[in-house]
Design a protein around this ligand. Structure first.
Ligand code: AMP
Ligand code: MN
Ligand code: MN
Ligand code: MN
Length: 282
């Protein structure tokens, strides 16, 4: 049976497994098509593809781009991208440079509330020094005994309104979509249920996403409850968009949902994977 999971992380961004370990885990969970979608970096794709060949599963190149839309940070996944395309490569490079500067500021803010050495500490947890993300800070803060787990660190220190939160300007929505489209990829709005915005704002986000060439919504993802799955299934049907399915797996013990362990797409949603494997006509 087909089991398609198009949103996963490795140690190239804020995941806990190497690309090879991720692919092996996914394959052993019965995943038949996997995408690695590290934040703002495509450095794990070659390794993951090799491991997928060994494991006998289909591999789709992916990336998850951080975007600033108004006051919100939203994420856009690019699927089936050409990771060598210069427009995408240069765009991602620009985003990564901003991450390092932001991480230093996060370290300064945490020092003010008694958490010393957080920038260096987070760096120690980041395999790729160009992608220092909040989970790396969270792991350091847990290690230092200031909280019992990563999720508690986010609630206490790292989300909007908390002492270690630093506002940051990521890519514009139009830029991120341009980079993905230039690299022949399919832009997917990631985990739309996670954005704290009312209905009218969501409609205008979707309007802009479509206007700039967005093609799919992640309807099934680990942090959507049943109601959210249905809400975004309706958006997809109404706007004639494609639907994606991805666990957003980061690592054992840190994610609620393992690769491939997700519900099916709801009835009437056109799967985004039709784009690279069109349904047979008979
Ligand atoms: P960053 O891109 O550095 O802002 O980090 C964002 C990442 O932090 C997301 O991709 C998730 O992996 C993680 N994250 C965000 N919010 C939470 C949360 N409330 N609890 C646990 N992890 C979170
Ligand atoms: Mn992440
Ligand atoms: Mn995300
Ligand atoms: Mn993700």
């Amino acid at each position: 049976m087909e089991n398609i999971d198009l949103h996963n992380h490795s140690r190239v961004s804020d995941g806990l497994l190497s690309p090879t370990e991720l692919v092996r885990l996914a394959a052993s969970n019965g995943v038949t098509t996997l995408s690695l979608t590290d934040h703002d970096d495509v450095g794990g794709l070659a390794e993951a593809r090799l491991a997928a060949v060994e494991a006998g599963i289909v591999f789709i190149n992916g990336v998850e781009i951080s975007v600033t839309w108004g006051n919100h940070t939203v994420h856009v996944v690019g699927l089936n991208i050409d990771p060598t395309h210069h427009v995408l490569v240069e765009g991602l490079l620009q985003i990564r440079q901003g991450r390092v500067a932001r991480a230093k500021l996060i370290g300064d803010e945490l020092a003010k509330v008694g958490i010393a050495g957080a920038f260096e500490g987070a760096l120690k947890f980041a395999q790729n020094p160009n992608i220092i993300a909040r989970p790396h800070f969270a792991r350091y803060i847990v290690e230092q005994g200031h909280a019992k787990n990563v999720s508690q660190v986010f609630k206490r220190y790292l989300i909007k309104g908390k002492p270690g939160f630093v506002r940051h300007r990521w890519a514009d929505l139009s830029e991120a979509l341009h980079w993905i489209r230039a690299a022949q990829g399919i832009p997917v709005l990631a985990h739309p249920g996670r954005y704290e915005m009312g209905k009218a704002k969501m409609e205008s986000l979707l309007d802009e996403f479509v206007e700039f060439g967005g093609l799919a919504l992640e309807v099934v993802t680990s942090n959507h409850n049943k109601e959210e799955v249905e809400i975004f299934a309706q958006h997809v049907r109404k706007r004639n968009l494609l639907a994606s399915r991805g666990s957003d797996f980061h690592g054992p013990g840190e994610s609620f949902c393992e690769p491939g362990k997700l519900p099916e797409l709801p009835y009437g949603c056109k799967p985004v994977w039709q784009m690279w494997s069109p349904p047979s006509t008979h």
